[in-house]
Design a protein around this ligand. Structure first.
Ligand SMILES: C[S@@+](CC[C@H](N)C(=O)[O-])C[C@H]1O[C@@H](n2cnc3c(N)ncnc32)[C@H](O)[C@@H]1O
Length: 292
């Protein structure tokens, strides 16, 4: 079998732990990704677990990535353009943190930031040291998670940041802050779209935390469904992750032939008793066999 030579490290990992992150589900998600496509679209990028697992393997692809969270998008572009300054700022955070974790964490959490290096280093620092590594803002857009119980958090993951920076510079990658509907106007036949929206709650009490100021409601799932249908008509291959909720099964029922149930063990949930394996869905508009 032909092995592709790649300059980009195959060890790339997300540089933040993100709510809804897909690292644990990568083997099953990857097994459903088409063998060939021209452009890759991921409009709910988050920590980018799926993107990072693919980018080192596919050399000729154009990558169009986006997310509505402006701080997250700024983190990607800062790692791409200013990785050395960012690492230096994280090293400062790290040495101050280890002198007095509790007071330093809360002083950074309450601090307002100026400039991209300060903003992004704060986001990564908080993500590495906060409880559960859960990025969550309240209705005022404020990060309100308490300090986590880590003995030795790896605040400056230098090797991975450098590898991510190199990947973002050396490949044909566009990263934008935008709503998914805007991003999904572009794909055409021959392209592949991976959708990982905030999940539809399975029940009223299982509501997931907010990633941005605006929560993602059922009307957004409907907007997504109409884009899914429009892309399907254009001949775009689409794979979506979502909850196995009655609302999603009903909304996407015309794609029920491409629904696969998978078992996930979500580690991010603020109520620890709820951290049990549960079923999720993959919904695709292409045949599993013929696409591989
Ligand atoms: C489930 S997370 C994606 C997780 C990602 N796959 C990972 O591995 O980390 C959903 C993402 O959708 C983003 N988001 C929420 N509403 C959005 C919208 N209307 N348009 C685009 N992105 C949105 C959130 O900021 C969040 O990063």
């Amino acid at each position: 079998m032909k092995q592709e030579y790649s300059l980009v490290s195959s060890q790339l990992r997300p540089f933040v732990k993100w709510a809804g992150g897909k690292r644990q589900l990568l083997p099953i998600i990857s097994s459903h990704i088409p063998a060939k496509f021209e452009r890759y679209f991921e409009p709910f990028l988050g920590g980018g677990a799926v993107f990072f697992s693919l980018v080192s393997q596919r050399n000729d692809v154009k990558w169009l990535l986006s997310d509505l969270n402006s701080d997250l998008v700024l983190s990607y572009t800062t790692i791409r353009d200013k990785v050395d300054d960012l690492i230096a700022a994280l090293e400062q955070h790290s040495s101050a943190y280890f002198k007095d974790p509790n007071s330093y964490y809360y002083s950074v959490r309450e601090r307002s930031t100026r400039g991209r290096i300060e903003k992004v280093s704060r986001l990564i620092f908080l993500n590495r040291t906060c409880f559960n590594g859960l990025y969550r803002v309240n209705s005022k857009g404020k990060f309100n998670v308490p300090l986590g119980r880590y003995v030795n958090p790896n605040i400056v993951n230098r090797e991975n940041l450098l590898a991510v920076s190199e990947a973002l510079r050396s490949r044909d990658i566009s990263i934008k802050c935008q709503d998914f509907e805007e991003a999904l106007k572009i794909p055409a036949c021959g392209d592949f779209v991976y959708l990982d929206p905030p999940y539809q709650p399975v029940s009223d009490t299982s509501n997931f935390t907010s990633y941005t100021n605006d929560s993602f409601g059922y009307e957004d799932q409907e907007r997504l469904f109409y884009r899914f249908k429009a892309l399907d008509k254009k001949g775009v291959k689409i794979l979506m992750s979502n909850s196995k909720s009655p609302a999603i099964i009903e909304l996407f029922k015309e794609f029920s032939d491409g629904m696969v149930e998978i078992n996930a063990n979500r580690s991010i949930n603020s109520v620890s008793q709820k951290r049990t394996g549960h079923a999720e869905l993959l919904i695709m508009n292409y045949g599993i066999r013929q696409s591989r």
